[in-house]
Ligand binder design. Structure first.
Ligand SMILES: *[C@@H]1O[C@H](CO)[C@@H](O)[C@H](O)[C@H]1NC(C)=O
Ligand SMILES: *[C@@H]1O[C@H](CO)[C@@H](O)[C@H](O)[C@H]1NC(C)=O
Ligand SMILES: *[C@@H]1O[C@H](CO)[C@@H](O)[C@H](O)[C@H]1NC(C)=O
Length: 145
């Protein structure tokens, strides 16, 4: 699973200019997609508490729809502090979702203990038969504490 780290970093940098700017309609909705044409189309992503404060558990509600029958293998949460290196935690999901299925993922992640700028990235992925990671969705949001 170590291979996911550089891959995700590259994707993050490459996609920086291609963010889909979604209107932030809900009070708590934050962030933007970081892959084009995701298989998991995120409709809402809410973070509580918002704005984050120092060293609290953030509850992220990521709700969307799968546009195809999909094996979701891994949910990854990346944290980037002051534009230094990314740190990812991976959770093994190994669940198949049906086309059109609406799904909610509730993710808990620490806001961070040092004051500064944070970028969080949430990625759903699986691997093709050659072991390459395939991104089903990627979402980033940032904040300062
Ligand atoms: C963060 O919060 C936890 C749990 O309340 C506490 O144990 C820990 O000491 C805190 N860390 C810092 C750096 O404030
Ligand atoms: C997560 O967000 C969805 C869409 O806004 C909402 O219907 C659902 O109640 C939320 N779940 C929780 C546990 O907050
Ligand atoms: C993930 O979980 C599935 C089902 O429990 C298991 O078969 C698979 O080996 C696990 N994958 C990893 C990378 O741990």
């Amino acid at each position: 699973m170590k291979a996911i780290f550089p891959t995700l970093l590259v994707i993050s940098l490459v996609s920086a200019g291609t963010f889909l700017e979604l209107p932030e309609q809900l009070g708590q909705q934050v962030g933007r997609s970081c892959v084009p044409n995701p298989v998991f189309n995120i409709q809402t992503l809410d973070v509580e508490p918002w704005p984050p404060t120092n060293n609290v558990s953030l509850a992220v509600n990521m709700t969307g729809t799968f546009s195809a029958n999909t094996l979701l293998q891994t949910l990854s949460v990346g944290t980037n502090y002051n534009r230094q290196q990314w740190v990812f935690t991976n959770t093994n999901i190994s669940t198949t979702y049906a086309k059109g299925q609406v799904s909610t993922f509730i993710i808990h992640t620490n806001s961070g203990t040092q004051s500064g700028q944070y970028l969080k990235e949430i990625v759903l992925s699986n691997q093709d038969r050659n072991g390459n990671f395939v991104f089903l969705s990627c979402w980033q949001f940032d904040y300062g504490i």
